[in-house]
Ligand binder design. Structure first.
Ligand code: GLA
Length: 630
């Protein structure tokens, strides 16, 4: 009896706690919560040694590439970061201070016997460039765990070969930024996924075991909060050691640990997938890991589908169509444009691709709106991106290896069908016009990229789905992270076809979407379809930066794709923390309700969809035609 009572009490307390947490995170906060520290208002551009040289880096290669960046004019076009990737560590010294490989970086030798990258960073800074360094969140690096090239890896005792940040965050970040003067850090994560007791190198006594926090194959087997906390510590140290705020924090855990949901709160760049290879299918795979995540990128925090592979394999000087596609798509997706090629030997055609100013401008547009899928299929995709001046960038991508036709409509661009649309081809410079729709024939693997001018459907404002860079899904309603099945499943080159295939592996399924439901369906409430809108799960809160608009409006309801359907959902609009408008509780099957609010003078609009009681798996809801207007 007594036991039963106690149990009931515990259940009641748990239920109360769940309700409190539910209420708390959905309460308006009145401030933008996505990461805006560091120097990444625009996606960083530059060069990184990895795709060009792997572990075989040295000073001549780095400075040689930096010099080419300057003399070729690429630096003037925005390529500024010169980033060292793995291959620079000699070991960790007795006092914990990291030692540089002076056989490869002779300028690092100092008279007191220590080493320093200050001469290298000084040189890069004097060239008008910025300098990036590479580290690891665990004790040991990717190369140490996976590579056979021992000669290029740290040497010494087990402790001396622990060159990663684990237990050394403060010391290493101080060294990299305060003492050596770096401006960017890429932090890899192999040390927290690849060193279980069973690893043969651990068994052989080469490395200390590290009970894996990340299992790239399984979100369920990954300790997501622990991984996030480790990267959070690095972010804190970066702030401490960069009082001038001139740093970039680049997370590299390849889309694992549901990082696609939380990196926007922790750092400036976050890899969304495993490494890119100079193979067409791999490029699609990396691209897809980012392309449905427009709402998870904002100025200050960008999705990173990995570095450019232009110059190699399927993207070399004999494959300029593919190289142009790769470059165009990275720019449409606001990816960091980080060249991964030995620029000292680059053919002029490749330099022309990397230097295309129209395409670079798409990437560097100050509004920071990652392109949204306007048309999606496995064969052709059409991406549209709203630029700061109200015009659009549009890319029509032929994913296949056969020629095919595609039709671009004014609606894809959210332009009026009755008015002229002017297209400027950003590769040829040609300008054409159409009304309503225009057919194009695409060569195999070709992407046509245009800047488009027309009459916007909303002449005096924007749909929220046109301005993902100003929308932050602070709480997206996902209760249990799920892997997204929409990514092109290319063969993992180092695994080949061992095992039983490529499974969905990157969290993000069920996240907030522009112009689609959280599970990739058409937005619809009680049969009413919406070509524009935000699809998100119930029990979500979205923050929207308001650049002087006066009016918020939407048509809201539980989406027709809902499965639970048991809970009514209430939709609320807040302005700088104050309630402005609220719908009645809306049930599945009910016609959409109009919700409007006067947001004049409001800096931050928050829109909240809340179920009557917490749900284990919240239903999709639709903010149809959600828009800000003058
Ligand atoms: C990982 C990263 C790569 C590169 C290598 C270095 O694989 O994803 O980008 O930094 O490590 O070993």
């Amino acid at each position: 009896m007594k036991r039963g009572f106690r149990l009931l009490g515990a259940v009641a307390i748990m239920a109360l706690t769940a309700t409190a947490a539910h209420a708390d995170e959905l309460d308006p906060k009145g401030e933008w919560s996505a990461y805006d520290k560091g120097n990444a208002a625009l996606p960083p551009m530059g060069w990184n040694s990895w795709n060009a040289f792997a572990l075989e880096i040295d000073e001549a290669k780095v400075i040689g590439s930096a010099e080419t960046i300057v003399t070729s004019g690429l630096a003037a076009k925005g390529y500024r970061y010169i980033d060292l990737d793995e291959g620079w560590w000699a070991r960790r010294g007795g006092d914990g201070r990291l030692v540089i490989r002076t056989d490869r970086f002779p300028s690092a030798i100092r008279s007191d016997g220590t080493t320093s990258f200050r001469p290298l960073t000084d040189k890069l800074h004097a060239m008008g460039l910025k300098a990036g360094i590479y580290s690891e969140i665990g004790r040991n690096s990717c190369g140490q765990i996976y590579s056979e090239e021992k000669a290029s890896l740290p040497s010494g005792t087990v402790a001396e070969r622990e060159v990663g940040l684990y237990d050394h965050v403060d010391q290493d970040i101080g060294l990299y930024f305060a003492e050596w003067g770096f401006d960017l850090i890429k932090v890899d994560g192999c040390g927290i996924r690849g060193l279980p007791e069973s690893n043969p190198r651990v068994a052989a006594g080469e490395f200390r075991a590290f009970a894996p926090l990340i299992d790239s194959d399984s979100l369920g087997r990954t300790d997501i909060p622990a991984v996030r906390a480790l990267f959070g510590k690095v972010a804190d140290a970066l702030e401490r050691y960069n009082p001038d705020n001139d740093f970039v924090f680049s997370l590299c855990i390849w889309g694992s640990a549901d990082v696609r949901s939380w990196a926007k709160n922790v750092g400036n760049l976050s890899r969304t997938s495993e490494d890119i290879f100079p193979i067409w299918g791999r490029m699609l795979f990396n691209m897809d890991s980012t392309s449905r995540r427009a709402l998870y990128a904002q100025p200050g925090s960008w999705n990173d589908p990995d570095m450019l592979y232009i110059g190699n394999g399927d993207f070399d000087a004999d494959h300029l169509t593919e190289a142009r596609t790769h470059f165009s798509m990275w720019a449409m997706l606001n990816a960091p444009l980080i060249i991964g090629y030995d620029l000292r030997k680059a053919a002029p055609e490749l330099m022309a691709i990397l230097g295309n100013e129209g395409i670079i401008a798409l990437d560097q547009d100050p509004a920071g709106n990652q392109a949204v899928l306007a048309y999606d299929s496995d064969d052709v995709q059409i991406y549209a991106k709203t630029l700061a001046d109200g015009t659009k960038g549009v890319a029509i991508l032929n994913r296949t290896s056969a020629p095919l036709d595609a039709v671009l409509t004014a609606e894809h661009l959210k332009f009026l069908a009755g008015a002229d649309v002017e297209l400027t081809d950003l590769w040829t410079g040609n300008t054409t016009r159409f009304k309503g729709e225009q057919k194009f024939t695409l060569a195999p693997r070709e992407t046509l990229v245009f800047k488009a001018k027309g009459k916007r459907m909303l002449a005096d404002g924007y749909y929220l789905s046109e301005m993902p860079g100003s929308v932050n899904p602070a709480v997206d309603g996902v209760t249990v992270p799920q892997a997204e099945p929409m990514t092109h499943r290319a063969i993992l080159p180092w695994q080949s076809t061992h095992g039983n295939g490529e499974h969905p592996r990157y969290g993000g399924w069920g996240g907030a979407q522009a112009d689609a439901t959280p599970y990739g369906e058409e937005l619809a409430v009680s049969g009413r379809r919406f070509a524009s809108g935000i699809g998100v799960l119930a029990n979500s809160r979205l923050e929207i930066r308001n650049a002087g608009y006066r009016h918020f409006s939407a048509e809201v309801g539980v989406d027709d794709s809902a499965r639970d359907r048991s809970e009514p959902v209430t939709f609320s609009v807040y302005g700088d923390g104050k309630l402005l408008a609220r719908s009645d509780p809306m049930r599945f099957g009910e016609a959409p309700a109009k919700i409007e609010a006067d947001v004049a003078g409001v800096k931050l609009v928050e829109i909240v969809a809340r179920s009557a009681t917490p749900m284990r798996f919240p239903d999709p809801v639709t903010w149809g035609n959600a828009a800000l207007t003058r």
